[in-house]
Design a protein around this ligand. Sequence first.
Ligand SMILES: Cc1cc2nc3c(=O)[nH]c(=O)nc-3n(C[C@H](O)[C@H](O)[C@H](O)COP(=O)(O)O)c2cc1C
Length: 193
Amino acid sequence: MASPKIIVFAGSIRSGSINEKLAVAAANALRRAGAKVSHISLKDYPLPLYDGDLQAREGIPAAARNLVELFFEHQGVFVASPEYNASFPPLLKNTFDWMSRINVEGRPPLPAFKDRVFALGAVSGGAMGGYRGLTQLRTMMELGLGALVLPDMVAVGNAATAFGVDGSLANERTRDFLDVVVKKLVDVAGRLS
Ligand SMILES: Cc1cc2nc3c(=O)[nH]c(=O)nc-3n(C[C@H](O)[C@H](O)[C@H](O)COP(=O)(O)O)c2cc1C
């Protein structure tokens, strides 16, 4: 079986993002688990706020099309999402909304989200580690986008002390749990490749 290809990105483009740190840790864990990893930043896929008039006038932006094409080349995706007011950030909603408007002839709707597997993680300063935001992100992805999302979600609290100097997760149990989740992601993605 060929190594599954997995995209990793954070739902934040802030310099110094704690979720980008989790994305780095997840990318490293995925490589150790045998995946081919494409670690991207949504900074490289800038999109205007979704507006139906804009879409009618100018079509779907190239960045959304490029992301969909990239998703097609991968069997799995790991998203590290900040929690904003007990939900997930508008950057992710807007990006997925634009991507969801793309149809491909001969394929069922929402082609970027179907036929691949997603795993979710979050980091926040609080004790709950962004878990509330992840439940909302999961709901949107499963019900709205038809995505297969792994049940286990890596919620990392107390961000200030969560990462060691080498960028790995400082807490052994959390580190082990990330390994468990990425192994499942690689396993399911491998069956889709
Ligand atoms: C609009 C907004 C809402 C936030 N709401 C929450 C929240 O509900 N729960 C939480 O733990 N942190 C919340 N935070 C704090 C973020 O977790 C924190 O800013 C984090 O660093 C953002 O992720 P990033 O570092 O990856 O950009 C919020 C931050 C912003 C800007």
